[in-house]
Design a protein around this ligand. Sequence first.
Ligand SMILES: Nc1ncnc2c1ncn2[C@@H]1O[C@H](COP(=O)(O)OP(=O)(O)OP(=O)(O)O)[C@@H](O)[C@H]1O
Length: 378
Amino acid sequence: MAYLSVEALSKAYRRNEVIRDLSFEVERGEFLVVFGPSGAGKTVLLRLIAGMVLPDRGRVVLGGADITRDAPDRRDIGMAFQNFALYPHMTAYENIASPLRSRGMARAELDGRVHGAANLLRIDHVITHLPKALSNGQKQRTALARALVGEPSMLLLDDPLRNVDAKVRYEMRLELPRLLRARDTTVIYVTQDYKEAMALGDRIAVLGDGRFTQIGSPETIYNRPADSRIARLFGDPPINLLDARRDGAAELRVASNSVALPVRRSNTVASDCVLGVRPEDVAVSLEPVAGAVPVEIDAVTPLNDRQVMLLRADDGTEIFASRPQSEQIEPSAGNAHDGIGRGRRRAWATLDIERAHFFETRTGARLAEPALRPELAR
Ligand SMILES: Nc1ncnc2c1ncn2[C@@H]1O[C@H](COP(=O)(O)OP(=O)(O)OP(=O)(O)O)[C@@H](O)[C@H]1O
């Protein structure tokens, strides 16, 4: 049986239906990431589960018990927020101890628990400091220690790494799963950062319009996004979404060019569709290639170990490509005779249609497709 069951939960503020008839389950020890853009209702969802906000309809069941109407401090749930929410007049020690004090815990046990949590999060040396004397990373660790100190069976983390610098964020991305798995804690973790969602989640739930538009493993969400909106949220640079039209038996018309439609996809596309091609699935050549889209290289920028290129087809369609640095395509070695703008370069973009995603033009929903050949799945 699932550890947490959320059943047909709804919450509106005036006419704004923030959470709509939402149902899902989380297994004990699972790390579920709730991912969605700003204003999607992620914080409201956590507050509903924590009991800080009461739903209009629906139930929250934890460990088999209906806790929908229980006060927050009667739920076996810890919570940490993106803005840390530390008490400014209390030291880090007192902040961490605060959930235990309200339980009336004996002093020696409380002291042991606070030091244990501080030790785990490597903030023992600043435990006597007030929040104003802590760095953002230390504040965030203090807030996490406070959420963990009561050893709750369920932890709700509301974008806890949003306000810390990149170094702390990377450290915590690596540390958090280890820290939490060791305790078999069930976690719901909110973020707007798709890389964080992919790095941390056993499953990712994508929140949009008050519902989960998709819930699945990071691999499923990336490789089989349920719609074009989700496809666009996962990836940097974002997936190319190109208007396409069936052109005869075996071709697609994309960016005013014909590209071959693989046989196994020929039943997928009846007339028009949106073709989703990840930038890493766009090959770029400086020599003409059959079936490729002629483009100009508008801009090139390095991104980690890759080169990101903004390409522009002759009809104005923009296409992102992301290639290994080793391919070393120089952006501005333009030939005088290639007839295009100064500093630009003519190139040919080959879209890997075997790996492409097909979406319905009107709704953006993923079009049914045959299973990927194993060697193409990743
Ligand atoms: N107490 C409230 N009164 C009225 N509206 C509210 C209240 N709390 C939240 N909302 C509304 O609910 C919607 C969702 O807010 P929420 O804070 O859950 O978004 P979020 O997904 O957590 O965004 P972010 O990632 O920016 O924190 C917003 O439109 C917000 O204005």
